[in-house]
Design a protein. Structure first.
Length: 459
């Protein structure tokens, strides 16, 4: 039996350990080796990479993707997409979702992993449809969480519904690293019995369960696992590629990785890691094991956000209370999985509830929108009093929120005029308007400078 590996160092590991601050130039020299390592796919785009490129790295995210594509002609390139939210925090109209997906594939993406934070299938339908129409591999993801209303059966039903949409594979996305080895075994086994498409497992090492969870998932029949090259593995990142390959080979699985090349990739990233250690951008704490997440069910990224939020307000001494309030807020909201953007929304509300001294004295606009149904259907019942407080007797919407949105492409195109050089620019602007405009300006400046320089050289 063969187990396939998806390498995450360029996306999730980079995002989880160093807040997506890896510039293209830093990993460009190793791309030709990555292309020859025998990975099933390389996750290298989507998630926070797009935002980070525009906001911090002064890179055109599309250009970055094209360069990776050129350097890795033989490997499948993979991205993470938040369904109707694309790479942002709100829902976009369908014309935007379709063009974004089409352009992602045109610029080099082969596999799109698509999820919705609420596991509301209506929010992934359009992205899945357009991925398939573009000739790429659509991977539907289940956001794994634990709650009184989530069960093996509910996850299997969701997988079946995704299979009906035509997805090419189903991924179990355990963003908080809370899925235990036994839960992974049972869920993968059930999925293998109930859906025909390959099963992919994604977890994080945050709580220390990660490597065991992947091992049991493979024993139960998982076809693909997400791992990161060891120098960028562990803690809030994925379990290590080499270690899993070693253990699985002993159990008789065919791994398909070229060990020598994988070692070279690791040697390369050791150097990168050390640089980030030295500069302070990689805090060793994120590489440690945090079993508390099992109790609070809070993903690693969310915990560090809460700490940052409270520190900024000089209220770090209230952390314990906020951690206890978080699961209560989640229960009031009908147990949404704590994944972007829900993890941020629930965290902010829990902090408000504690610091204001009265629960729901201040309700954030995002939570109001959620209660109105703008993010999709809540997995369970929303607390009646809270609902009354926000809706004042009105009913939450039952339609898909995107159905109420005006098309967005033409409007953005008109607004940008000459500033947009391509459809990709228009999409960057729609996704992150201020960052994209600042980036277009910078690009213009750079071009003028280069032009002036070459004129000078000619003279
Ligand atoms: Co992840």
């Amino acid at each position: 039996m063969k187990v396939n590996f998806t390498e995450t160092v360029l996306r999730d590991a980079n995002q989880s350990l160093i807040a997506t601050r890896l510039p293209f130039e830093k990993f460009q020299p190793i791309l030709s080796k990555i292309d020859k390592a025998g990975y099933f796919s390389v996750e290298c785009w989507g998630g926070a990479t797009f935002d980070s490129c525009l906001r911090y790295l002064e890179e055109d995210p599309w250009e970055r993707l094209r360069k990776i594509r050129k350097a890795c002609p033989n490997t499948k390139l993979q991205m993470l997409l938040r369904g109707q939210n694309l790479l942002g925090y709100k829902h976009y109209p369908d014309d935007v979702v379709r063009l974004f997906v089409r352009k992602s594939v045109e610029n080099g993406i082969d596999i799109i992993r698509i999820f919705d934070a609420l596991n509301d299938i209506r929010n992934i339908e359009v992205a899945v449809d357009e991925t398939l129409k573009s000739g790429a591999h659509a991977q539907g993801a289940i956001c794994f969480t634990r709650s009184p209303i989530h069960s093996l059966g509910s996850f299997v039903n969701y997988a079946k519904a995704m299979e009906k949409l035509g997805v090419n594979s189903v991924c179990i996305k355990d963003m908080a690293g809370i899925m235990s080895p036994q839960e992974a075994y049972d869920l993968v086994k059930s999925l293998k019995e109930n859906v025909k498409v390959p099963i992919v497992v994604h977890t994080h090492s945050t709580t220390g369960l990660g490597p065991m969870t992947l091992l049991k998932a493979v024993e139960a029949g998982a076809d693909v696992i997400d791992t990161s090259i060891s120098s960028f593995s562990g803690g809030t990142s994925q379990p290590p590629t080499e270690t899993l390959a070693y253990a699985l080979r002993q159990q008789g699985f065919e791994v398909g990785l070229n060990d020598k090349t994988v070692n070279q990739i690791n040697d390369f990233f050791k150097g990168v890691r050390d640089e980030f250690f030295k500069s302070g951008s990689l805090n060793p704490v994120v590489m440690s094991t945090e079993p508390e997440a099992l109790i609070y069910q809070i993903p690693g990224g969310m915990l560090s956000n809460l700490v940052a939020q409270l520190t900024a307000q000089h209220k770090l001494d209230r952390l314990e209370e906020v951690l206890e309030e978080t699961p209560r807020v989640r229960a009031d909201l009908g147990y949404p999985p704590l994944v972007t953007p829900m993890s941020q929304m629930v965290g902010v509300q829990a902090t408000n509830n504690v610091l204001s001294g009265e629960r729901y004295k201040n309700i954030s606009n995002e939570i109001k929108s959620y209660i109105k149904g703008e993010y999709g259907k809540a997995p369970g019942e929303i607390n009646k009093e809270l609902m009354e407080k926000v809706l004042g007797g009105e009913k939450p919407m039952t339609c898909r929120y995107a159905d109420l949105l005006e098309p967005g492409i033409e409007k953005a195109r008109e607004y940008l005029g000459e500033n947009a050089k391509s459809d990709e620019d228009v999409l960057s602007y729609i996704a992150f308007p201020a960052q994209a405009e600042a980036f277009f300006e910078l690009r213009e400046e750079r071009a003028t400078r280069t032009f002036a320089y070459s004129i000078k050289k000619i003279q």
